[in-house]
Design a protein around this ligand. Sequence first.
Ligand SMILES: Nc1ncnc2c1ncn2[C@@H]1O[C@H](COP(=O)(O)OP(=O)(O)OP(=O)(O)O)[C@@H](O)[C@H]1O
Length: 265
Amino acid sequence: MTQSVPKIRIRNLSKSFGSNHVLRDVSMDVEAGTSFVIIGGSGSGKSVLLRCILGLMVPDSGSIEIDGQNIFDLSSAQRNEKLQQMGMLFQNAALFDSLPIWQNVAFALLYGHRKNKSKVSRNEAYDTACRVLELVGLDPDIVGYLYPDELSGGMQKRVGLARAIASKPEIIFFDEPTTGLDPIMGAVIDELIKSCVDQLGSTAIAITHDMASAQRIGDHAAMLYKGELIWQGKANELLTTNNPYVHQFTHGLRQGPINVETKIK
Ligand SMILES: Nc1ncnc2c1ncn2[C@@H]1O[C@H](COP(=O)(O)OP(=O)(O)OP(=O)(O)O)[C@@H](O)[C@H]1O
C-alpha cells in the first residue's frame, strides 16, 4: 500500500534561545487539504513553530518538509518559491495603512515575485481583489477604495483573509484569527475561513487560544506545552479528551497539571 506524502511533515524540531528551550522535539504531519489547529498557553512556542514552518526562523535541529522536501535543504531562491505558495492571516490583519483596500488584497499579485506564474495586469489584480472581497462578504464597490483605518476590526480581518487567499495559496496560516472580535464576528470569520480553505483545497495551520474557533476551523489539533506537543488528535475531541493538560486548558481550569504563574515580579 502506498502512503501519501503529507503536505507538511515536521520531525524532531527543536529550538532554544540560550537556556530557554522553546521547541522540544516537535513532530507532526499535516495532510494536504486539511486544517490543523495548534493550541497552547502564552509563551508555549506556537509563534516560534509557525515562524520555523514559514522559513523565517531556523531551528537548532529537526526537519520541516513541504511536499516531501526539507525546506532547510533548499536554496534561498527555492525557499522563496515555496513561500509564494503560502498565504498568511496575521493576528492584527497587518494591512498597509497607506494603500486602499483593493491594493491591500491584491498586494502579492501587484508587487510580489510570482515565479512560474504569469504577470498580472493592474486590471486583472483589481478584478481578483473584487472577487475575493465578495467571497469574504465585503462589497468591493463600497470598501475597495477605503483605507484600513476606515474599517472596523471585523472588516479588517475579512480583508486580511481576502489578501491571504487572493493568490490561491496551497498552504494558509492563521495566527489568532478571532482575537479582538466579538463572539459572533469570530464565528463569522471562522465560517469564512473554513469555506475559503475548502473552496481552494488549501492546507491550513492555525494557532489560537479560542477553543470554539479551534473546533470550527480544525480537522486535527495539537497542544503545545512548554515547547512539547503533548497531545494530538481530532479537533472535535479537544473538549472531551482525557488528557489532563488539554482538559485543564480547554476548560480554563485553575487546578491541574499546568502550572499557572500569577506572581508579578
Ligand atoms: N526572537 C526571539 N528571541 C528570543 N526569545 C524568543 C524569540 N521569539 C520567541 N522567543 C521566546 O520563545 C518563547 C515562546 O514564544 P512564542 O511567541 O512562540 O509564544 P506563543 O506560544 O506564540 O505565545 P502567545 O500565545 O503569548 O503569542 C517565549 O519565551 C519567547 O520569549
